[in-house]
Design a protein around this ligand. Sequence first.
Ligand code: GN1
Ligand code: MG
Length: 369
Amino acid sequence: MTYRVPSGPSPWVVADQFKPAGTVVDVQEFGQGNINNTFLVTLDTATDPHFILQRLNTQVFPQPELIMRNIRTYSEHVCQRLQADDCHRRWEVPRVLLTPADQDYWVSPDGTFWRAMSYIETAQSLEKISTPTQAQEVGYALGMFHHLISDLPADQLADTLAGFHITPQYLQAYERLQVAQVAPSPEVEYCLQFIRDRHQAVNVLEAAKAEGKLQLRLMHGDPKINNILIDTDTQQAVSVIDLDTVKPGLIHYDIGDCLRSGCNPWGEETEQWEAVQFDINLCQNILQGYLEVAQSFLTSYDYEYLYDAIRLIAFELGLRFFTDYLAGNVYFKVNHPDHNLHRALVQFKLTESIEAQAADIQALIQSLR
Ligand code: GN1
Ligand code: MG
């Protein structure tokens, strides 16, 4: 992805603030993130030759220091749990790197917010799933992530992004916009109608939460497939990265997000939005991998709302992209002015395909219980 790096200090200068053991020999833009700016830093050392440097988007995350506190609480807990669990598979937790003053972030004189995290070697993320085994591993990774925090009380972490995944609030934000200002086109009309037809159904998870059917737990918040690392030797999942939105929420947001991203073989950035479909076979593999670990802590209400979560989070992301398109692309990074419109169309087509397969997806969930 090519995008504008905002003004501020050079990442080469910032990398030195985290006092790495060696000399910085390379800094490259890294990953596909839509919000923060991420760099891979290379050092001239034999051990730990890389680390991840990120400039956090403080428009989106107004209290980034709370994010760092959450990540540290999360990783301390998970590292202890991994030792106690005597896990037989490789599982890695990204570590926060500190400055010489023992700070978990560095703020530049002009106010930009930076942090550094360890880089997990011999592992890579996927942009698209191409085999059933990869799908199973993606599901396992999310299950393992939820398992490892299932005994950390939700109130131990701060809410660092108010309203995140609260679908009715995204709908309200959309409705507040002056949609009349946008140039009419068949694609825009399709999105407007798509949202009009579904605005009644956005409350399903929040209502279940309010009724006490779904519990507030800790979640990842963004477990799309490129935030899951697969070991390049064993092809097994070894980590879930991008911990910015680890905070109280519903695990259904995570399950929905993982499936909307994993079961779209075209990928969320495809130009061929009209072709996009939800692959129910991949859904089966992901859910099997997930339930291998998660079965032990899911309630029967949790199962009851799985289908709704899959449909809703795809729709919600489409709504978020379309709202940002209408608002002038102020939240998600874009390569061109219609980028968020195209992304919205992809998610809406995916939602349509999920809805068309509702009975089969429900039957699949039933068969896995
Ligand atoms: C954003 O920044 P990134 O790419 O990790 C967004 C997610 C979306 C995702 C879609 C904080 O994640 O909610 O699902 O884009 N993160 C935030 O690719 O809004
Ligand atoms: Mg993210």
